[in-house]
Design a binder for this molecule. Sequence first.
Ligand code: SF4
Ligand code: SF4
Length: 154
Amino acid sequence: MGLKDAIKKATFFEILQGMSVTGKYAATKKFTIEYPKEKSILFPRFRGTQALITNPDTGELNCDACHLCETVCPSQCITIESSESADGKKSLDEFTIDMSRCIFCGFCEEVCPRAAIVMTANYELSTYDKDDFLLTKEWLIANQVHARKELKAR
Ligand code: SF4
Ligand code: SF4
């Protein structure tokens, strides 16, 4: 061991050097947040879970079951079941998104000709049960409360 190393050991130089870095960061602005007590500030174009939008006047779904979103989805995580009435009008029976496969690309929202499906600011999906990742039509309709806030802000 050289003299320089011996002096460093005797004066705890490296420990003091490390502590000085800790001290420097302890005095600066914190970037961590205490989730879930605190929530992140999201960017305006953040893409969270989808919502199915209803007409605020009639309460009817904007979706006319064209299956475009189901077709375009690169993860193939959208499943739509529809039926056709005698007059040829299509109606949506089931609409399910498997969020365990969704990559939040937003293609479903982009392709929809009726603005019937939108990405929202809701990102809170943590669960102990994998079945909870299957978002049903009812869940997606209820999720529009997050979409409405977003749409109003636009
Ligand atoms: S965000 Fe992308 S991956 Fe997710 S459901 Fe829509 S199209 Fe599919
Ligand atoms: S693209 Fe829009 S209108 Fe067509 S099935 Fe999907 S949500 Fe419904």
